[in-house]
Design a protein around this ligand. Structure first.
Ligand SMILES: [Cu+2]
Length: 625
């Protein structure tokens, strides 16, 4: 297989650099070998720029790892073309829909008038079949963003692309070269078939369930724990609900065998604009041998922080600087959070070079923290694993990164952590954990509505986190103790002082609820179709919102038309984001200035969760005198 990859990569490299258009429909940024955004474009259309941009949504084919399938793309390209704008311009985007069904484009992370936001039924009617809608708005920000369909499940079919906005003046983030690295997940199953299977059986795509062999080998839960989790109809291997069993994980539209390659010259500062455009996949991303200096989160600059790995939730973007100093190929590895597969790409000084590809690390199991029992004695999470400036996670000296990558030693999070389960912890409340043979106690505590007065008592609520804790100081599922520095939200500090530093005048708690068995997802126990009124704000109001995750799955929560400030102890330099991952059983608190009048979508960015009802509308209205 290695030779195949080599030959293919060489052929593609030659084609790309020699100008022979092997991939004529693929935009320059996504060519199998790319010299980067600013470099002379290869074959295929360059970025779309200017004040009038034409986009044509149409059916097409998409070839991944040598297999072609049906897709929906733009201007003949899936993923869609790169749109490159400049701050201060006004742009008109004429979007033609050639499909036989409604479509739409949402400009993810952009601040714009609400009727240009592109959410059918919320901010506009949608783009009818065989019609054109013209979006027009001033570009008032810069950074890395993306765009995607907000109609049905079209996003899963390839209808997503990157947006890069250059600042008015010189870019304060200096680099010699930049690449877009757009991660996504691709299935040969039709998205409606995926959704149907999830509805029939929430764990349909989980091929990594615990086995007797795994238990005997000490990889899985001991028998007693397993029985207790089973009695609650909960499965600690439910880390992702659509998995590598059906997905191929892509970088810039290319599968792991395609091996998308971004070129660099030795010694350059290379800016990678990371975008997670997946329908369903949280990625843990690293480039073994290359530290990643994070300089931007969700499009806005942050104080540089250097790590070895970061978790990028669905719909988040991060810009990182890497400085490859050796004349060799580096492998970019983005493992899906459940480690059922990986996206893989290469950074290299020349086309055709291939670096070592580490095997997938061991799959994580959900633990007590992921069940919202983090606040219970010994199960409390470790103190913030890194200082804001240092960004170092607690390293496990017994498990150096290269060994962890090879699966030679087990990262702490890769197995059930017995200390966290309270087995070695006198302080733990055993009754509440169900360890005293009191199955009833644990069962009850996991669905006690007294812990969540805001939540409607509906079948959409399978569990309620009894003791949820703020997990923004933790590195994300599966990344505890991997033996190197991992980004945590508390590492992020805004470069600029926040535009609004008033204290909030009101607080809200919103619960993220779900029922994996019946594949129902909601806020506060109510699916979108059961909600009777929007979440209402008055213009200019400052509100502190706490999201409480009552499920065992991380949810990337996205608010349209606004940035919010994460409450992570950085005061007037709080990091501002448009999407935030709420870890299983955890909480996230942010402050919001509701400054954009209109109706805005507010939803989980896991596509099938949104489709199943995990969405609401936020309305911002002028104050009435
Ligand atoms: Cu979700």
């Amino acid at each position: 297989m290695t030779t195949t990859i080599d030959r293919r990569a060489l052929l593609r490299g030659a084609a790309s650099l020699g100008g022979a258009a092997l991939f004529p429909a693929v935009p320059g940024w996504a060519q199998p070998v790319s010299a980067g955004l600013a470099a002379a474009p290869g074959p295929g259309p360059a970025a779309l720029t200017g004040s009038d941009i034409r986009l044509r949504i149409a059916h097409q084919t998409m070839t991944v790892d040598g297999r072609s399938g049906h897709a929906i793309g733009i201007n003949g390209s899936a993923p869609a073309p790169l749109i490159r704008l400049r701050e201060g311009e006004t742009v008109r985007l004429h979007v033609e829909n050639t499909l036989g069904e409604d479509s739409s484009i949402h400009w993810h992370g952009l601040l714009l008038p609400f009727h240009m936001d592109g959410v059918p039924g919320v901010s506009f009617p949608g783009i009818a079949p065989r019609s054109t809608f013209t979006y027009e708005f001033p570009v008032i920000q810069s950074g890395t963003y993306w765009y995607h369909s907000h109609s049905g499940l079209q996003e899963q079919m390839g209808l997503y692309g990157p947006i890069v906005i250059d600042p008015v003046g010189a870019d304060p983030i200096a680099s010699d070269r930049e690449h877009v690295v757009m991660l996504s997940d691709h299935s040969r199953l039709h998205p409606h078939a995926i959704f149907r299977k999830l509805k029939q059986q929430g764990g349909y795509f989980n091929y990594q369930k615990q086995t007797l062999a795994g238990m005997l080998a000490g990889r899985d839960q001991p028998a007693g724990e397993r029985a207790r989790w089973g009695a609650m109809r909960m499965d600690p291997t439910d880390v992702a609900d659509v998995t590598g069993a059906t997905y191929t994980y892509l970088v810039n539209g290319h599968g792991p065998r395609d091996n998308w390659t971004g070129l660099f010259a030795v010694g350059e500062r290379v800016r990678l604009r990371l975008v997670n455009a997946s329908a369903m996949t949280t990625f843990n991303l690293r480039i073994p041998g290359l530290p990643l200096t994070v300089v931007q989160a969700d499009g806005l600059p942050v104080r540089p922080v250097t790590v070895d790995e970061l978790q990028i939730a669905v719909a988040e973007t991060y810009d990182v600087i890497v400085e490859p100093a050796e004349d060799r190929a580096y492998t970019l590895v983005a493992e899906s959070v459940d480690r059922s597969g990986m996206a893989r790409a290469t950074l290299a000084p020349r086309p055709g070079m291939v670096g070592a590809v580490p095997p997938l690390r061991r799959r994580p199991l959900a633990d007590m923290n992921d069940m919202g029992m983090g606040g219970m004695g010994a199960a409390a999470p470790p103190a913030a694993t890194s200082a804001p400036a240092g960004g170092t996670s607690a390293a496990d000296p017994a498990c150096p990164p290269e060994h962890a990558a090879m699966g030679h030693c087990t990262p702490k999070a890769g197995t059930m952590d017995h200390a966290a389960m309270g087995h070695a912890a006198p302080a733990t409340d055993h009754a509440a954990m169900g360890h005293g043979g009191e199955q009833h106690a644990m069962d009850h505590s996991m669905r006690d509505f007294a812990n969540a007065p805001e939540v409607a008592k509906t079948p959409t609520v399978q569990t309620i986190s009894p003791m949820p804790v703020d997990r923004t100081g933790e590195p994300g599922q599966g990344l505890d103790g991997v033996g190197h520095r991992v980004l945590v939200y508390r590492d992020l500090v805004a470069l600029e002082r926040n535009p609004d530093v008033r204290p909030p005048t009101r607080t809200m708690r919103i619960h993220l609820t779900g029922n994996m068995e019946r594949y129902m997802w909601a806020f506060d126990g109510r699916k979108l179709n059961e909600v009777t009124a929007p979440i209402a704000f008055t213009k200019g109001e400052r509100v502190r919102i706490t999201l409480v995750n009552d499920t065992m799955m991380g949810h990337p929560i996205h608010l349209h038309g606004h940035f919010f400030e994460l409450v992570t102890g950085h005061g007037d330099h709080a990091p501002r984001k448009h999407t935030v991952q709420v870890q299983p059983g955890g909480t996230v608190t942010f402050d919001l200035t509701a400054d954009a009048v209109g109706d805005w979508a507010f939803h989980c960015h896991l596509l099938y969760h949104m489709h199943a009802g995990m969405m609401q509308v936020v309305s911002v209205r002028e104050a009435t005198a």
